[in-house]
Design a protein around this ligand. Structure first.
Ligand code: GLC
Length: 474
């Protein structure tokens, strides 16, 4: 079976968020289960492409609204990622540094999808399944069925995975002129409330759709940024399959990004030594419990709630706790956090930016990971944290609710809170601190070992996707 994944991100080639981690791991684990997997990405001018041997395997051209675009398909020669990686390069359009945020982003993703299918048809590379991730690849199933030039792909099963239903890739109908010629009778499949909506088109046209946790699937029926009724109407082809993590990459005993490697036996020393390193780098007191946040500063992630809840905690529990935040995004959130950290320099450290290596070090150093997300389709950070012995303190939503069991119930191991408010986050921090005070070293060690041992690897979920592929092919 040959499966082709289309996506905008893939770790370590290009990463903005969890989407990249999934694309860097799922295809690899699927390959280990015996299926042939490929990932097709836009070409980005990032370190990866400069440091790997890319072979040009195809050259072609497409017409976008009358403009001729030449493209080339590059393949990473040695399949170093554990699957075949193909990059679509279009000079001037798909050869830039960033993944998102260009004013002509829609034009970029239109060209990516168009050229991607053009190549598959012309090179007669016809897979058994095409797997599309998020709205950036949302028009592919529509094109395959309703644009004659991709006739060869007609009838190939497609599957869509929703990693984030908040972003839908909306476009004005004026943009329709840039699409490959399609059966205009079918325009309704592209439309949602008067706009071209690639995520809506994806859900309408795919053979099956999945969300990255079961909890998130049921939430989408209630709240999906306007697409609730669509998700509900297409419910018969919906599946919730929780993400896993790459346990080869995330392994505290071999992770080269850590200051100190550790395992279940050396966990106490491991956590302590890593924390001392992080704290010394940022001038923090290493003797106090360390609560961290890692991620994008967006409302979705509840990042706007951090500054005030940290401020209250530091005021009320002075000298009892330290915080560390790694992330970037909303400028006003960034400046609020930086300002606060300057006022509490020994108890609050901030690193603005994306830094994979530092993230690993922070997971290994922290005592608690805070995730006050308003929306969290799956969430991988809580899984990375647990893998490195860090207790998750998370809002009970989406995949967080599915993967973290509250410590107050039988067999529980994390902390959950309900509201996305400063009071609730502050309350959760207080709970974490009381737990810290009340818990003996030994008990803490037992809890850490327990979360480190939880199995969140991809094996089970990768197999579930394969089962679904087989079902569609039949
Ligand atoms: C998105 C979601 C996150 C999920 C990730 C991978 O980034 O916000 O919850 O874990 O995709 O599926």
């Amino acid at each position: 079976m040959h499966v082709i994944h289309f996506a905008a991100e893939c770790y370590p080639v290009a990463k903005v968020g969890g989407l990249a981690d999934v694309l860097g791991a799922l295809p690899k684990y699927q390959r280990q289960l015996g299926i042939n997997t490929s990932v097709v990405l836009p070409f980005y001018d990032k370190t990866f492409v400069r440091t790997h041997y890319l072979e040009r395997i195809y050259e072609g051209r497409i017409y976008q609204g009358g403009e001729r675009l030449n493209y080339e398909v590059l393949k990473e020669k040695d399949d170093l990622l554990g699957f075949k990686l193909f990059l679509i390069r279009i000079p001037g359009l798909l050869d830039r540094e960033e993944v998102y945020s260009y004013p002509d982003e829609q034009v970029q993703f239109l060209a990516f999808q168009h050229a991607g299918l053009d190549w598959l048809c012309n090179a007669k590379m016809l897979p058994d399944i095409i797997h599309c991730h998020d709205h950036h690849t949302g028009l592919i199933p529509f094109y395959m069925e309703h644009a004659d030039q991709f006739d060869l792909l007609k009838g190939t099963p497609t599957i869509a995975t929703v990693h984030n239903g908040q972003y839908q890739g909306w476009m004005d109908w004026k943009m329709a002129a840039l699409l490959p010629a399609f059966d205009t009778w079918r325009w309704g499949l592209l439309d949602w409330n008067g706009l071209i909506n690639p995520l809506a088109a994806l859900i309408k046209c795919c053979w099956a759709y999945t969300t990255v946790s079961e909890g998130y699937l049921s939430e989408l029926y209630q709240e999906a940024n306007g697409l609730e009724s669509l998700f509900l109407a297409e419910k018969d082809k919906a599946y919730g399959i929780v993400n896993g993590i790459d346990t080869e990459l995330w392994n505290a005993s071999t992770d080269s990004m850590l200051a100190y490697n550790f395992n279940l036996v050396s966990i106490a020393k491991g956590k302590k030594t890593n924390k001392e390193k992080l704290c010394s780098d940022y001038g923090l007191n290493p003797l106090l419990p360390l609560i961290v946040f890692i991620g994008r500063f967006a409302l979705e992630k509840g990042a706007d709630l951090l500054a005030d809840s940290i401020r209250y905690s530091l005021a009320q529990h002075e000298g009892e706790v330290t915080f560390f935040i790694l992330g970037s995004g909303d400028r006003s959130i960034e400046s609020k956090l930086v300002e606060l950290s300057e006022n509490y320099s020994q108890h609050f450290g901030v690193h603005i930016g994306y830094n994979e290596e530092l993230a690993h070090q922070v997971y290994a150093s922290a005592d608690y990971l805070l995730m006050p997300s308003r929306v969290e389709p799956c969430g991988l950070n809580q899984l990375y944290a647990m893998r490195y012995g860090t207790i998750p303190v998370v809002r009970a939503t989406g995949g967080l609710k599915d993967t973290v069991k509250d410590i107050n119930i039988y067999d529980g191991y994390g902390m959950l809170f309900d509201e996305a408010s400063v009071e609730a986050v502050f309350g959760a921090i207080q709970q974490a601190l009381s737990f810290w005070k009340a818990t003996k070293k030994r008990e803490l060690g037992t809890l850490r070992k327990k979360i480190m041992k939880l199995d969140f690897s991809w094996d089970k979920s990768a197999a579930k996707y394969i089962e679904l592929y087989k079902k569609l092919i039949e």
